[in-house]
Design a protein around this ligand. Structure first.
Ligand SMILES: Nc1nc2c(c(=O)[nH]1)N(C=O)[C@@H](CNc1ccc(C(=O)N[C@@H](CCC(=O)O)C(=O)O)cc1)CN2
Ligand SMILES: Nc1ncnc2c1ncn2[C@@H]1O[C@H](COP(=O)(O)OP(=O)(O)OP(=O)(O)O)[C@@H](O)[C@H]1O
Length: 216
């Protein structure tokens, strides 16, 4: 007599892996990773090569759009970033926010696999170099931001963000008990048809560029 254990079951497919608790097909993961890597290189190169006059013009327009958006919101803490690789330089805006009594936070990497911490910053405060040489406030305890300004390498029409490839913002945003409002910040040329969103990608609530502010 045969029982169920002796019967061959459904074939089991092992061609998947777990990313942030999500099952992802291994081949899809490889293809999407390769695509994203190539797009990052292209977009970061384009950003770095922006002529300085054009960069200044675009940054001024972007910051003015951002000021307008922020004026319409209530928040006491905001996470921003210290610009690297030609990212829009928001530091004058960040200084003004500090002046207005808002707590401005900058990201600190703890380890490769952990969420970012956000540490208070003020103009002229002590900075140390973290991974990839990115300046981070030298001391201070992490705080939870009401709003997050997240630097874009690329972004798609559904506001899925392509970043520098560490997965830090995705890991960080799902770890907060209450998800803060997220604003992707970048130049208009960051917009690409799709980033091929994966289950772990967290879409931005809004995207601000020099040309417009896109909201859900
Ligand atoms: N200004 C700024 N600060 C930030 C971020 C950011 O995007 N901008 N981050 C946002 O997360 C974190 C740093 N994240 C980083 C993630 C990866 C690489 C990096 O260099 N990655 C590889 C390429 C990886 C790939 O393409 O797969 C490299 O370029 O060699 C750099 C920074 C924290 N601070
Ligand atoms: N929630 C998560 N938990 C665990 N791993 C994650 C999570 N989110 C992303 N990752 C890992 O991070 C890798 C890079 O992700 P992705 O391509 O989305 O980075 P990115 O958003 O461009 O980078 P960053 O946010 O650092 O600028 C993924 O391949 C995945 O392995």
């Amino acid at each position: 007599m045969s029982n169920e254990e002796d019967l061959p079951g459904d074939p089991v497919c092992y061609a998947h892996k777990l990313v942030g608790g999500h099952i992802v097909d291994e081949q899809t993961f490889r293809d999407v990773s390769r695509f994203r890597k190539a797009e990052r290189t292209r977009l970061v190169e384009k950003r770095k090569r922006l002529p300085s006059g054009e960069r200044q013009e675009k940054t001024a327009a972007l910051v003015s759009n951002l000021r307008r958006i922020l004026q319409g919101r209530r928040f006491t803490t905001i996470a921003a970033y210290w610009p690297i690789r030609g990212e829009p330089d928001l530091r004058p805006l960040l200084s003004d926010l500090c002046e207005a009594g808002i707590t401005v936070l900058l990201p600190r990497i703890v380890t490769r696999d952990e969420p970012l911490q956000f540490i208070p910053w003020a103009p002229g405060c002590d900075m140390i170099r973290g991974p990839w040489n990115i300046p981070v406030p030298g001391k201070g305890d992490p705080q939870v931001p009401d709003l997050v300004l997240s630097p874009l390498v690329g972004v798609d029409p559904d506001r899925f963000r392509l970043g520098n490839g560490g997965g830090y913002y995705d890991r960080t945003l799902v770890a907060f008990p209450v998800k803060p409002t997220t604003i992707g910040v970048g130049f208009e040329f960051c917009l690409i048809p799709t980033i091929f969103p994966m289950p772990w990608d967290v879409p931005m609530d809004m995207v601000v560029t020099e040309d417009r502010a896109r909201e859900q």
